[in-house]
Design a protein. Sequence first.
Length: 354
Amino acid sequence: MDKRRRMYGKVFKSHIFGTPTIVSTDAEVSKFILQSDAKTFVPSYPKSLTELMGKSSILLINGSLQKRIHGLIGAFFKSALLKAQITRDMQVYVQESMNKWKYDQPIYIQDETKNIAFQVLVKALISLDPGQEMESLKKQFQEFISGLMSLPINVPGSQLYRSLQAREDSVPVLMTLAVKYLSDCPAALQQLTDENMKLKSLKAQLGEPLNWTDYLSLPFTQKVITETLRLGNIIIGVMRKAMKDIEIKGYLIPKGWCAFAYFRSVHLDENHYDWPYQFNPWRWQDKDMSSCNFTPFGGGERLCPGLDLARLEASIFLHHFVTQFSWVAEEDTVVNFPTVRMKRRMPIWVKRRE
Ligand code: HEM
């Protein structure tokens, strides 16, 4: 057993970026941290990260303001019309990118997916297609943002927009890691390709375009995404500051100390997942998602409002990729710090399917 694994299931003291911090690798303690409200814990990140996010990133705001922004962003991204529009846009951007792919040079998946996801978000936030629900959501969103600008606190709309953009960057990582894990697991790639090919020919026979519910209805594709989120740990954890002395499971977190809920250690704990370092989408077959210590999107009041969107975009990308191309991946490795990414940007050599 390596050193890292010995600390699983524990809580220990550390000094992250010079701040006294309780690091939780224990699923129950981490869940408690996530579910707590702002009277118990508030987000707190080291200065270097705060500067990176911008002081007014929603990730750092508390109380009623955070709830309002969270609700608005949530309503915006949950809307069926937005999903329908994003599906149409994404299909166009994916196809445009893939049409440019050449056989005689490597394709860098990390760059391609970044490009696609960026275009989708810009379109979603700036130039929504007309439609009553969209218009009203857009109006609410814009009024809200301009309202924020007149508040004494510094939460300009552009900042919120930038912080959303920063979140969206995690979607290309999800797509890239899925391609990496599938390249290393031919059985999973075969099953995923079969499932997507079947849907594609069914839709072609019916003469219908694919809509967002079609993409999300593919059970094996969803398992591949879930397993990529578990193994990839795109967000390795979240940090909070204790607003009072807190006792959890016999551990004391003193007031003013930070607590780091380390998702990665829980997702890779062999007490929760057999052969945790193995990419195994089939492990999700009969798993009860509500009780399986799986929190890639956080939880509680700050649960990621973009989670449906992240899954949808990844599903669309994978569908078009595996149904149109076979590929050979060059050697590359996943880097986990300070952010998750591929060391060589995931170069692959593609061949168009007959
Ligand atoms: C694979 C993709 C993604 C992952 C793994 C992810 C993960 C997370 C996590 C763990 C949090 C909780 C942070 C905390 O508790 O402090 C979060 C919050 C958030 N995410 Fe995501 N996210 C993803 C995609 C997105 C997308 C596509 C958007 C929207 C464009 C988005 C928007 C947000 C926002 C606005 C918050 C802050 C919510 C709040 O504090 O009220 N995320 N995300």
